[in-house]
Design a binder for this molecule. Sequence first.
Ligand code: C2E
Ligand code: MG
Ligand code: MG
Ligand code: MG
Length: 287
Amino acid sequence: NADTAMYQAKEHGRNNFQFFFPEMNIALAKKMMLEAGLRTALDNNEFQLHYQPQYDHEKIVGLEALIRWQHPVYGIVSPLDFIPLAEETGLINPIGQWVLEKACQQCMEWQQQGLPPVRLAVNLSMRQLQDKHLVTMVQQTLQKTGLSPAYLELEITESIAMHRLDTVIPRLQALQDMGIHISIDDFGTGYSSLSCLQSLPINSLKIDQSFMRNMSTNTSNTSIVSAIAAMAHSLSLSLVAEGVETEAQLEFLRSLGCSTFQGYYFSKPISATECEWLLANNAAKIG
Ligand code: C2E
Ligand code: MG
Ligand code: MG
Ligand code: MG
């Protein structure tokens, strides 16, 4: 079989040398199949949003919308596998638009049901942030769904935010001026300088979950988290910890002045139905 592949590759000339390696064939075939599926996924209603609550002490103060793809053959495909592909193919624009609209619609619906209003965070990808129609698209989505911008948060990863600052800054500024909350996701992994950070129109930092691992034994992770907390404090940014899985992590984060938490310790990402129940329960606790 490999011999046939090699023979065919040779037949097709030198440019096909990569097909000599069967593992590449498999990776490429898988990618092509995923890509084909991705092109029809929106029309076939294969996407869903899950929501992961963010807590202060015991009450929900926010939600993060996380996309799920129910592939008809492969089952659930992780966003870590298909978001990069969607980025590469440009499919992220319609998919991202769907996510934003669905999230805003859902948030508005919960408010109309009388559930306690919480802010909903939506992840933006590099390509979306580079799209010159982004601000208009967000504005139109808020208008269409009736959601107040005060309840929308947009998350941008650190590496994306630091890329092409000349176009990113005015775009983020326009979104922030509308009243939208801007946060830097996966913070601490992108080596941004304090001065760069200071120039960005943002409201909060989300500490990357990789720093939560072994916090009690890994002293470098502990120092990084302390440094990030100090940075957020000095820039007057709010601080969110993600990937909080244990009580010990929570206690340590609290001691650093962090007051918003997201992670399996509190809740995994859950379906809209489960979320509705949780929000209703949240209201009962306060009242
Ligand atoms: P993210 O935005 O940093 O989202 C947090 C990820 O961490 C989620 O993975 C969530 O399920 C996971 N997580 C939350 N708490 C814990 C915890 O305590 N422990 C561990 N081990 N993991 C935890 P998920 O849903 O698989 O999403 C992965 C990434 O895919 C997201 O990372 C985000 O970058 C991207 N993504 C997800 N939905 C969207 C979307 O609608 N648009 C775009 N552009 N990207 C998305
Ligand atoms: Mg995020
Ligand atoms: Mg993150
Ligand atoms: Mg991440």
